[in-house]
Design a protein around this ligand. Structure first.
Ligand SMILES: NC(=O)c1ccc[n+]([C@@H]2O[C@H](COP(=O)([O-])OP(=O)(O)OC[C@H]3O[C@@H](n4cnc5c(N)ncnc54)[C@H](OP(=O)(O)O)[C@@H]3O)[C@@H](O)[C@H]2O)c1
Length: 262
């Protein structure tokens, strides 16, 4: 029987690439988003291309009510694969971030990831089978000024995933946190960050399909943390060894060299 993959935030970018990946493996999909016309078009083209069922749920996942409504819509459906992908960026410094934006980010990138994982995991544990992929970021390894809240939520995701991995040892349920660098997606436009997306090289923008392909190779190798980009791998290693004061200076310089912030 075909498996079902639930992917949050599949309107564009990484979520859409995961949808394409799992559809290409014959999985039926449940995909979420808020830009209704676009996500419905995505569903139609995935159905036509891969001959799988694609259900769309329009869901605002950055509020308690929205998350609870969404969980009620999922109900007791069997979810074999969950990709906690929906996310957004913020530009202002922490002190200048409106309280409503702080709440939205914590609801989407901490509360929704946590609740949805627990909701789906209960069935996976009963069936002793399943996969949960949580999208973190290289920002989790290196917090930058003007990226404080975002980085902190992404670090939570790594910790949460590694903890689950240990709790689920001895089962056939697999979890992975994926930590990409810059993705060529709608992310920076949504946050009104003006970035030069033609930038290539170590810290350049990558195609989301290529990131998903690399992360899924890591998944096949049972890597719990996937860092699919070379630049992100370098950041992860460097930050571990740099004296903290030097790290603070370098992070501040890197942050101000960006025209927007990730
Ligand atoms: N872009 C990067 O450079 C980068 C780097 C590292 C990690 N990431 C992470 O990768 C993931 C995917 O981002 P992306 O780059 O693919 O960006 P994207 O193209 O903007 O996609 C983000 C998805 O999340 C959904 N979403 C955003 N806010 C939402 C909300 N409040 N409620 C429900 N859905 C919401 C969006 O839906 P609608 O558009 O329909 O509202 C969209 O489908 C995120 O978790 C992000 O933090 C991104």
């Amino acid at each position: 029987m075909s498996k079902t993959a639930l992917i949050t935030g599949a309107t564009s970018g990484l979520g859409l690439s995961y949808a394409r990946y799992f559809a290409s493996k014959g999985c039926n999909l449940i995909i979420t988003g808020r830009r209704e016309d676009i996500i419905r078009e995505n569903a139609e083209s995935l159905q036509n291309q891969f001959h799988v069922n694609v259900e769309v749920i329009i869901a605002e996942l950055s509020s308690l009510d929205g998350i609870n409504r969404f969980l009620a819509q999922i109900g007791d459906r069997t979810i074999d694969i969950l990709v906690n992908n929906a996310g957004f960026g913020l530009k202002p410094s922490f002190v200048d971030t409106p309280e409503t934006d702080v709440e939205k980010m914590l609801y989407l990138q901490v509360w929704c990831v946590t609740k949805l994982t627990q909701f789906v995991l209960k069935g996976m544990v009963r069936r002793n089978s399943g996969a949960i992929i949580n999208i973190s970021s290289d920002g989790a390894f290196a917090v930058l000024p003007h990226n404080v809240l975002y980085s902190s939520t992404k670090l939570y995701i790594i910790n949460f995933t590694e903890g689950l991995h240990m709790e689920l040892s001895g089962t056939d349920i697999r979890v992975q946190a994926v930590c990409p660098g810059f993705i060529d997606s709608h992310f920076h436009e949504s946050a009104e960050m003006h970035m030069d997306k033609s930038r290539k090289g170590l810290f350049g923008f990558r195609d989301p399909d290529a990131i998903v392909a690399d992360a899924m190779k890591d998944f096949a190798k049972k890597k719990v943390i996937s860092v699919p980009d070379t630049g992100a791998k370098m950041i992860r290693t460097l930050v571990r060894f740099l004296p903290r004061n030097l790290f603070y200076r370098m992070a501040a310089r890197f942050s101000s060299s960006l025209s927007g912030k990730k």
